[in-house]
Design a protein around this ligand. Structure first.
Ligand code: HEC
Length: 300
């Protein structure tokens, strides 16, 4: 009797395992999705677009990009993609048909993500409702509209991942670097770009007057005058968790949108980001602010 029920118990365990493993992968993927900034470029919030159905206009100095549909719809989204196709897009900036993707899609950061994280993020994206919404062509100024230049761009700027932990540094610093450089791609907005639109890594996180959608992005290096060197750890944690700045105002623009997602950061991940930000080289760069309209409230 005992043996039989044990056997049933084992069988039940084995049968239920793939589903459990999948569920855990989706759950982890949802956290990665949130911390990555909610892939918010792919939702046209302004026009009440469906989650991840694309069509959002992204104004850049090179023209206007329209984000593609990344829901599991077979005809207009990523429904026919395999996990490997997704990994290739995120790590190499290449679509399954060999097309090179424009770096407005921050693959130069996502390339640093680990294989297990990419697998979990993919598992989560597969659970989003499929929406039929055809993609819209980008409206780019030559020569940036010339897709054939993209392999050159990639060869100049892509440092292919995944990021490898630095054994000389603490686990928290390594986690923080992973979040800032890869997953949450803070550098894509906070680092100035050069003429070809690549991140200027010598001025990592030093801010720019010429950020996404023409807005300015502050210097978040530890320089006490022009960066956030004078901020307390709590102040940095607070702006990421709730959007509240030390002067009681709230961040607006692109940061408010990314922050909708950063509020999900676990305490350990917040601490890791603070640890990492404290350790990047301090760069003196006074950014002229074109302050975006502050959101009226905290994210929570
Ligand atoms: C989509 C672009 C974008 C991303 C991604 C982004 N930021 Fe920001 N961030 C901004 C903008 C724009 C502001 C300025 C908002 C304002 O002034 O209201 C800002 C403001 C901040 C501030 C306040 C600094 C100050 O001096 O006021 C901090 C700190 C910050 N970001 C840290 C981060 C970190 C850490 C990450 C990654 C976890 C990150 N940001 C990701 C665009 C972004």
């Amino acid at each position: 009797m005992l043996v039989t029920s044990l056997r049933f118990a084992c069988l039940a365990l084995v049968l239920s395992m793939p589903a459990t493993v999948r569920a855990q992968s989706v759950e982890r993927g949802q956290y990665l999705f949130q911390v990555s900034g909610g892939c918010s470029c792919h939702t046209d919030v302004k026009n009440q677009g469906a989650l991840m159905a694309g069509g959002r206009a992204l104004a850049t100095p090179f023209g206007t990009f329209y984000s593609p549909n990344v829901t599991p719809d077979r005809d207009t989204g990523l429904g026919t993609w395999a996990q490997d196709d997704f990994v290739r897009a995120m790590r190499d900036g290449e679509a399954p048909d060999g097309r090179h993707l424009f770096p407005a899609f921050p693959f130069a950061s996502f390339t640093g993500m680990t294989d297990p994280d990419l697998a979990d993020l993919w598992a989560y994206l597969r659970t989003i409702p499929a929406i039929a919404a055809p993609n819209r062509d980008h409206e780019l100024d030559a020569p940036f509209g010339w897709r054939f230049l993209l392999p050159l761009w990639t060869s100049l700027y892509l440092e292919q991942g995944p990021l490898i932990d630095d054994p000389e540094r603490s686990a928290s610093w390594n986690r923080g670097r992973y979040l800032v450089e890869a997953l949450a791609h803070c550098g894509e907005c906070h680092t100035p770009r050069d003429l070809l639109g690549g991140m200027d890594r010598d001025r990592w996180l030093a801010g720019t007057a010429d950020g996404p959608e023409g807005g300015s992005v502050p210097n978040i290096t530890p320089d006490p005058e022009t960066g956030i060197g004078a901020w307390s750890d709590d102040a940095i944690r607070r702006v990421l968790r709730s959007g509240m700045l030390p002067d009681g105002d709230f961040v607006g623009g692109a940061m408010a949108e990314a922050g909708e997602s950063f509020r999900h950061l676990t305490d350990a991940d917040l601490d890791a980001i603070v640890t990492y930000l404290r350790g990047v080289p301090a760069i003196v760069n006074q950014v002229t602010t074109t302050k975006p309209a502050a959101s009226s409230s905290a994210w929570e």
